[in-house]
Design a protein around this ligand. Structure first.
Ligand code: AMP
Ligand code: GLY
Length: 424
């Protein structure tokens, strides 16, 4: 069978790599893909991004099922279009994707269904937003309502920063429509974890836990990024916490959507903040897998992932049991010069070490130009190491990192430090 993965990041490379391992899968198309998916003979890049043209392609090529990676095509309704045309696709409908595409929708939804999250209010007028911030004080969090490619959240440690963020979004319109409304919410202290599940409309299948590192520099310093590294499992997600998150957050979300007439299908990612007492609250929902969380998660998943997706599309996820590599997988992102601002493109990348039983490198912002691999985006590669402990997985990953180079390469040296410091 032939499959299609929509997207071009490290997440999509990892999804396609995993799907292609099944003996019954002949080929996985990746649209548009990257320099890494271009080189793998079990994968083929397809230079299409328009969702109607993608549906034409899937029909023409007899694609058995499609997995959508990023939020933008989901929010634009790719799943609605594919379904209307009778094409099998895994992802949320445009309506369901509002859990990610509108922070105000997500917050109001959580309030209606008593799902634990930070207290908040939504504003479209700068004067009342400024007044709210004055009343509540800092730290406080300002979030653009719409999709803003990772630039829409300001964790303001001072009132001055909070006022600036409000002006940036509501007065100066710097984020366009995405910032025309803002959610202002209570600052939550604690440790974050990524809780990702697959949903078939009714049943929920949890994937392995993971944790991301959002800041650019070691020790969680510097600007926010899309994610500089991730590992799985995340020891903070104990079996008790796992059960609680399912009971208090995930299952009420799926049931609440159903109650409101929107069946949720697809990956559902709850970004959690876990306080010092171990209580989880929802920071955000994403209607897709995380990037870079997908890379270590897929590196640990055993078995035929295409069958899992098939069950998810058929509504029979209750028949699936996932099997995980017991090792820790730890992924280090190598980013381009000047990331997360405007990253420089076109830097020549050295040879990438071949995949082994304990290490694999997924591509993101890479491109083949005249037979040479060059940088083409902010996050360039994600190097994953697998080993019996977090520290050993760090050693394996960084050993590979040390064999890769390109001008301006930036990465964190401390991916996994929280887990490494925790008793396992
Ligand atoms: P979001 O896109 O909503 O997950 O926000 C991006 C990042 O901002 C999160 O991963 C957190 O690190 C931080 N953040 C978001 N909301 C809050 C909050 N209420 N309190 C503290 N940090 C937050
Ligand atoms: N790594 C965070 C995200 O995918 O949103």
């Amino acid at each position: 069978m032939k499959l299609l993965v929509v997207g071009s990041g490290g997440r999509e490379h990892a999804l396609a790599w995993k799907l292609a391992q099944a003996p019954r899968v002949q080929l996985v198309y990746v649209a548009p893909g990257n320099g890494g998916t271009a080189q793998d003979e079990r994968l083929a890049n397809v230079d299409i991004t328009d969702i109607h043209e993608l549906a034409d392609f899937a029909e023409r090529e007899g694609v058995a099922l499609t997995v959508v990676g990023p939020e933008a095509p989901l929010a634009a309704g790719i799943v609605n279009v594919f379904r209307q045309r009778g094409l099998k696709v895994f992802g949320p409908s445009k309506e369901a994707a509002q859990l990610e595409s509108s922070k105000d929708f997500a917050k109001a939804f959580m309030k209606r269904h008593n799902i634990p999250t930070a207290a908040y209010e939504t504003f479209s007028d700068a004067t009342s937003a400024h007044a709210y911030v004055e009343k509540h004080g800092a730290p406080i969090v300002i979030k653009a309502d719409g999709l803003a490619a990772g630039k829409g959240v300001v964790v303001a440690m001072s009132l001055e920063e909070a006022h600036q963020a409000i002006d940036m979004m509501l007065a100066d319109n710097k984020l366009g429509d995405a910032g025309a409304r803002v959610v202002i919410e209570e600052f939550l202290a604690g440790e974050e974890a990524s809780f990702i599940v697959m949903v078939d409309g009714k049943h929920v299948l949890a994937l392995a836990s993971s944790q991301d590192h959002k800041r650019l520099h070691d020790g969680d310093q510097g600007p926010n990024t899309g994610g500089m590294g991730a590992y799985s499992p995340a020891p903070i997600v104990t079996p008790q916490l796992h059960a609680r998150v399912m009971r208090e957050i995930i299952l009420p979300t799926v049931a609440g959507m159903e109650k409101e007439g929107i069946r949720y299908t697809g990956f559902l990612y709850a970004g959690l903040m876990i306080d010092a007492q171990g209580n989880p609250k929802t920071l955000e929902f994403n209607c897709r897998m995380g990037d870079p969380e997908t890379q270590p998660i897929m590196a640990r998943l055993k078995g035929d992932f295409s069958k899992v997706v098939e069950h998810a599309i058929a509504g029979t996820l209750n028949q699936v049991e996932l099997e995980w590599d017991r090792r820790t997988a730890l992924g280090v992102v190598l980013a381009a010069h000047n990331y997360p601002d405007t990253p420089r493109k076109g830097d020549r990348i050295s040879e990438i070490p071949a995949e082994t039983a304990d290490s694999v490198t997924f591509h993101a912002g890479t491109q083949m130009v005249d037979g040479k691999l060059v940088t083409s985006g902010g996050r360039v590669l994600c190097v994953v190491g697998l080993a019996d402990s977090v520290r050993s997985a760090q050693n394996v990953a960084y050993e590979t990192v040390n064999r890769i180079s390109f001008d301006g390469m930036q990465y964190r040296n401390d991916i996994g430090y929280r887990a490494a410091g925790r008793k396992q």
